[in-house]
Design a protein around this ligand. Structure first.
Ligand code: HEM
Ligand code: HEM
Ligand SMILES: [Fe+2]
Length: 453
C-alpha cells in the first residue's frame, strides 16, 4: 500500500462480505421454497426473499466497486484520497440505506420493479451517496500527479453508472414505458458501463500481477471499451422484443446483442495474453487466480449463456424462465462477483501487511465456489429447459410445471452448499487478515522486489 488513505477500501470490502453472506442465505430460502419447504413464508414471502437476494447482490457489488476505487485511484494518481472523513460518512450512510432497504422489503415497502425494488425516497439517498463518492474520487484524480488510462476508464464507468441510475427514478404510469427505461439501468449497467469498471479494475490487476508494460495493457482497454459500446448500447433491444415496443427492436436487438459476447471474449483474450506475456512471478497467486477466472467465467456466463437466449426466436420461449436465472447467476458471478473477490484478494495483503497469498484455504475457497456455482448453473439450466418445454410448448400450467421442477432444486441446493462452503472459506481468509495497519504502508515495494524472478 502506497497511501494511508487507501485503507478506507477495507470498510467497503467488509460490508461486501457481510452482504454476500446474507445474499446467500436468501438464495437458500428461495431454493427451499421452490421445493415446497417454505416455512418462513409468513415472515419472508418469496417476493421479499427474491427482492432481498437481488438487491443485496447489487449493493455488495457496488460496495466492492467503491472499495476498489478507493484503493486504486490514490495509487494510480499518486495522491492521497482527497477526504477520508467524507469517505467514512459515505460508507456509513451507504450501510444505513442498505439496512433500511432490506427491512423495508420485509414489511412490504418496495416497488416491485425487478432489481430496482428500493422505494423512491431511498433512491434519492443512494443518488446523494454516490455523488459524494464521485466527488471524492474526482478531486483526488484532479489533485493527483498522474492521469492513467486505467484510472480514467474506471472512473468514467463509475460516473456513467451513477448517471444511468437516474432513468430508473422517473415515475411512469405506463407499464411498457416504465419497463423500457428500467432496462436503461439494468442492461446498460451490466452490459455497458459496468464493463468499463471491469476493464479498469482488470487492467490495474494485470499491470500489478503480470508486470507487462502499462502501455500494452492499456491499448487493449480501448479495444474493450470500443466493443462494449458498439454492441451493448443497441443490444438493449434484446429486452424490448415482447414488451409492447415497436417491432424493429426484434432486428436491432437480435443483431447487436449477438455481437456482445465479442466484448467479453476480448476481455478473456486480454487477460490470458497478458498472463502469458508476463515475465514476473507475483507471489499473490490467489489474486491471479481470481483475475483470470473473472475474465474466463464472465465470457462463459455473460457471453455464451447470454448468446444462448438472446435471439428473438429463442427468447420467445425462454423469457422470464429459469433459463434466465441460469444465465444471471453465471454472468454476475463470473463478471462482477469474481472481480470484487479478485481486487479484495490483491489488496488485503497490501493493506494489512499479512502475506496470506497462496494458502490452501484460499485455493479451496476459489475452487469450491467456482465448482459449486457451475453445479448451480447446471441445475438451473436443467430446470429451465424442462420449464420451457412444459410451460411454453406443452402448455402446462405455471404452478403445475413448478411442482415437476422440485428435484432440480434439490440438486441446486447440493451445489449451492459446495458454493457456500467456498465462500465461507473465502470470508474466513478475509477475517484472518485482520484490519489494515499503517505499518503496511510501503509494502507494495517489498512485493515488487519479490516479483523480479
Ligand atoms: C447459495 C447460493 C445461491 C442460491 C441457492 C441462489 C438461488 C436463487 C434462486 C432460487 C433464485 C430465484 C430463481 C427464480 O425463482 O426466479 C435466485 C435468483 C437470482 N440470483 Fe441467486 N442464489 C445463490 C447465490 C447467488 C449469487 C452468488 C449470485 C450472484 C453472483 C446470484 C444471483 C442471482 C440473480 C441475478 C437472480 C435473478 C435471476 C433472474 O433474473 O431470473 N445468486 N437465486
Ligand atoms: C456480465 C454481464 C451480464 C450480466 C451480469 C447479465 C445478467 C442478466 C440478468 C440478471 C438478467 C435478468 C434480468 C431481469 O430479468 O431483470 C439477464 C437477462 C438477459 N440477458 Fe444478461 N447479463 C449479462 C450479459 C449478457 C449478454 C452479453 C447477453 C447476450 C449475448 C445477455 C443476454 C440476456 C438476455 C437475452 C436476457 C433476457 C432474458 C429474458 O428474456 O428473460 N446477457 N441478464
Ligand atoms: Fe441485456
Amino acid at each position: 500500500m502506497k497511501y494511508k488513505s487507501q485503507k478506507i477500501a477495507y470498510y467497503f470490502f467488509a460490508l461486501s462480505m457481510l452482504l454476500l453472506s446474507l445474499q446467500i442465505i436468501y438464495g437458500f430460502i428461495m431454493a427451499f421454497a421452490h421445493m415446497g419447504y417454505d416455512g418462513l413464508h409468513q415472515w419472508i414471502p418469496f417476493n421479499a426473499a427474491t427482492a432481498t437476494h437481488k438487491n443485496l447482490l447489487v449493493v455488495w457489488i457496488i460496495s466492492g466497486f467503491m472499495g476498489a476505487a478507493y484503493f486504486i485511484i490514490p495509487d494510480e494518481s499518486d495522491h492521497e484520497l482527497w477526504s477520508v472523513p467524507l469517505a467514512l460518512i459515505q460508507f456509513y450512510s451507504l450501510a444505513i440505506v442498505g439496512v433500511v432497504a432490506i427491512i423495508g422489503f420485509h414489511v412490504g415497502w418496495f416497488e416491485g420493479r425487478k432489481f430496482l425494488e428500493i422505494p423512491r425516497p431511498l433512491d434519492y439517498l443512494v443518488a446523494l451517496n454516490v455523488i459524494v463518492f464521485l466527488i471524492n474520487i474526482l478531486v483526488t484524480l484532479y489533485k493527483g500527479k498522474k492521469h492513467s488510462t486505467t484510472a480514467w476508464v474506471l472512473t468514467s464507468g463509475l460516473i456513467f453508472a451513477a448517471l444511468l441510475y437516474l432513468p430508473g427514478m422517473v415515475w411512469f404510469d405506463n407499464h411498457t414505458v416504465d419497463s423500457f427505461f428500467r432496462w436503461w439501468v439494468v442492461h446498460l449497467w451490466v452490459e455497458g458501463v459496468w464493463e468499463l469498471i471491469m476493464g479498469g479494475i482488470l487492467s490495474y490487476l494485470l499491470i500489478k500481477l503480470t508486470g507487462v508494460d502499462r502501455e500494452v495493457i492499456e491499448k487493449w482497454l480501448y479495444v474493450i471499451v470500443g466493443l462494449t459500446f458498439l454492441s451493448g448500447i443497441l443490444g438493449t433491444g434484446h429486452h424490448y422484443y415482447y414488451i409492447g415496443t415497436p417491432k424493429y427492436w426484434l432486428l436491432v436487438g437480435g443483431i447487436f446483442s449477438a455481437m456482445e459476447p465479442l466484448a467479453f471474449l476480448g476481455m478473456t483474450l486480454f487477460a490470458i495474453q497478458m498472463y502469458r506475456k508476463g515475465n514476473k512471478k507475483h507471489p499473490n497467486k490467489l489474486a491471479l487466480h481470481w483475475t483470470l477466472s473473472t475474465a474466463i467465467v464472465s465470457f462463459l456466463g455473460a457471453g455464451l449463456l447470454g448468446l444462448a437466449h438472446t435471439l428473438p426466436g429463442v427468447n420467445l420461449y425462454t423469457h422470464g424462465t429459469l433459463v434466465t436465472a441460469m444465465h444471471g447467476h453465471l454472468a454476475f458471478w463470473g463478471a462482477y462477483a469474481s472481480l470484487v473477490l479478485a481486487i479484495i484478494s490483491y489488496s488485503m495483503p497490501l493493506m494489512t501487511g499479512r502475506k496470506i497469498l497462496d494458502n490452501a484455504m484460499g485455493h479451496f475457497a476459489f475452487w469450491l465456489s467456482n465448482i459449486g456455482m457451475i453445479g448451480m448453473v447446471a441445475a438451473f439450466a436443467a430446470a429451465g429447459v424442462a420449464q420451457v418445454y412444459m410451460e411454453r410448448i406443452m402448455g402446462v400450467d405455471f404452478m403445475k410445471a413448478q411442482l415437476e421442477l422440485a428435484p432440480h432444486f434439490f440438486v441446486l441446493i447440493l451445489a449451492a452448499t459446495v458454493f457456500a462452503t467456498g465462500i465461507t472459506l473465502y470470508i474466513i481468509n478475509f477475517l484472518k487478515f485482520g484490519v489494515p495497519v499503517d505499518e503496511a504502508i510501503g509494502q507494495g515495494e517489498e512485493f515488487a522486489a519479490l516479483q523480479t524472478n
